[in-house]
Design a protein around this ligand. Structure first.
Ligand code: NAD
Length: 470
């Protein structure tokens, strides 16, 4: 970088310093807000989302031609329902929770108080920019934090739109959207935040966690990976095909919780593939979006060509026209082909047969722990067996994607697919410090009988009694 470019870069980060300092100054006031004050902010946010519905649709059309209905259902609705949920439950979430007394601590009362972490940072990805930026923002605000938010540079129209909405609802010293690319994120990560909530790739997740370690800042990492689907022989194949086709090709497959590949019982492979083709055809072309940019489109084409070169057969799709990719289903995919090694994040769907469930379990276990594991089966016994033999951030049985809308479930990954959970109360917890408050209500506490000096038979007996019974 030239000296002049360096100067421009440094000066372009001045607003980060200014806003960060302003939020730190304002932190105590925001942290002290009551449930009623936070609810008022969330209601204002909800109204602003509805008022800007057309702007949001237009921004997403500019960014990657996302159909309006999908914007409503997968961007506006999740953010707004996160707000509605918090508005409804915030008072009870904020109330101190009584912890049960222990006999050895008789005379005391204990409670868990959720206090705001302070000033937090949210970094979000380009797929579902509104949903994955504003959903965590709702949780952070509900928990009483000041928030700096860095959305993705790959969806600039959406980021600009969010900035306008947020500026209407919040003062900058409470919530601020910082637009920019990786260097901007890196500049933010140099600051000491009280929590970082990152949604994105495992590769960048590592960078974020390293930066957080410098300040011993806690992190929630919502990452990705290869989410498998098991279609068992007992599954309702019509239902499975319909739901998988929708779940895989929604948003052109650019979904962290999209089915990445399918493991289907060999005995139902042929009818399943037929039904899958019919279901894909019924989705229609008009409702399809496009790939976010040329780079991702050519990455997907490369994955596809590599698989075909290694012997994969194309059941349907496989036409590439710039950023438009027709939903593709592949069979006979070599396990070592790139499409089976990296997260696909696009409309390519490998379908692999398995002979025994053990074979399927071994295959899944040979990869990183997934964000989601989907099961299509009508046998409760097999479902139970699959749950017991696998691990995943979450699981949906006989459905795809819709688990995201269940705000009473924790949402997040495990291992390589992430750490910490979001959504509803779990999101509120992520942005709160669960402070344990122990309160001795009586002047005398039993434990005092065990204070030194350690002499005499009685003390010895009391210690023995404590060890054995209390
Ligand atoms: P990404 O990791 O490339 O980018 C995410 C964010 O990180 C962006 O805001 C980007 O500007 C920022 N960033 C990029 N380089 C950075 C750096 N060096 N330091 C700090 N920040 C940096 O991810 P993406 O391409 O936007 O999104 C796709 C990935 O996100 C996929 O892996 C997908 O599975 C995952 N994802 C996960 C979830 C989830 O909830 N678990 C949701 C959506 C997407």
């Amino acid at each position: 970088m030239t000296a002049a470019a360096e100067v421009v870069r440094i000066s372009s980060f001045e607003h980060i310093d200014r806003i960060y300092e302003a939020q730190r100054q304002n932190r105590a006031a925001v942290n002290a807000t009551t449930a009623a004050q936070r609810v008022a902010r969330l209601k204002k946010f909800e109204r602003a989302m509805f008022a800007h519905r057309d702007d949001i649709r237009a921004a997403m059309w500019d960014d990657y031609r996302k159909p309006a209905a999908e914007v409503d259902l997968s961007e506006i609705y999740p953010a707004v329902s996160e707000a509605k949920h918090a508005i409804r439950h915030l008072r009870s979430w904020m109330r101190p929770k009584r912890a049960r007394m222990r006999m050895s601590l008789i005379g005391s009362r204990s409670s868990i108080v959720h206090e705001p972490k302070g000033v937090v940072l949210i970094i979000s990805p380009w797929n579902f920019p509104f949903n994955l930026t504003l959903g965590p923002l709702v949780s952070a605000v509900a928990a009483g934090n000041c928030v700096m938010v860095k959305p993705s540079e790959l969806t600039p129209a959406s980021s600009a739109c969010m900035k306008r909405i947020v500026a209407e609802v919040f003062d900058e010293n409470e919530v601020a959207i910082i637009e920019g690319d990786a260097p901007v994120a890196e500049a933010l990560l140099k600051k000491k935040f009280d929590h970082i909530f990152f949604t994105g790739s495992p590769a960048v997740g590592r960078i974020v966690m390293k930066a957080a370690a410098e300040h011993l800042t806690s992190v929630t990492l919502e990452l990705g990976g290869k989410s498998p689907v098991i279609v068992d022989a007992s599954a309702n194949l019509d239902e499975a095909a319909k739901k998988i086709a929708w779940g895989k090709f929604f948003n052109c497959g650019q979904i962290c919780i999209a089915p990445d590949y399918i493991l289907v019982d060999e005995t139902v492979r042929v009818p399943f593939l037929e039904k899958l083709q019919t279901s894909i055809a019924s989705l229609g072309d008009a409702s399809r979006g496009i790939i976010v940019n040329e780079r991702h489109a050519s990455r997907l084409e490369r994955l596809f060509r590599d698989a075909v070169q290694r012997g994969a057969q194309v059941v349907t799709g496989g036409t590439f026209r710039g950023r438009e990719i027709a939903p593709a289903v592949l069979t006979n995919v070599a396990p070592d082909s790139a499409v089976m090694q990296e997260e696909i994040f696009g409309p390519l769907l490998p379908v692999l047969p398995y002979r025994t469930l053990d074979e399927a379990f071994d295959f899944i276990a040979s990869k990183e722990k997934p964000l989601v594991l989907y099961i299509f089966s009508r046998s409760r016994r097999i479902v139970k067996q699959i749950l017991a033999r696998t691990t995943a951030g979450g699981t949906a049985i006989n459905h795809a994607l819709v688990q995201f809308y269940q705000l009473n479930l924790p949402f997040g990954g495990v291992g390589n697919s992430g750490m910490g959970k979001g959504h509803g109360y779990f999101g509120f917890q992520a942005f709160s410090n669960a402070r344990g408050v122990f309160d001795q209500r009586t002047r005398f506490s039993a434990i005092e009988m065990l204070y030194p000096p350690y002499v005499g038979k009685l003390k010895e007996k009391l210690i023995d009694f404590t060890l054995k019974w209390l």
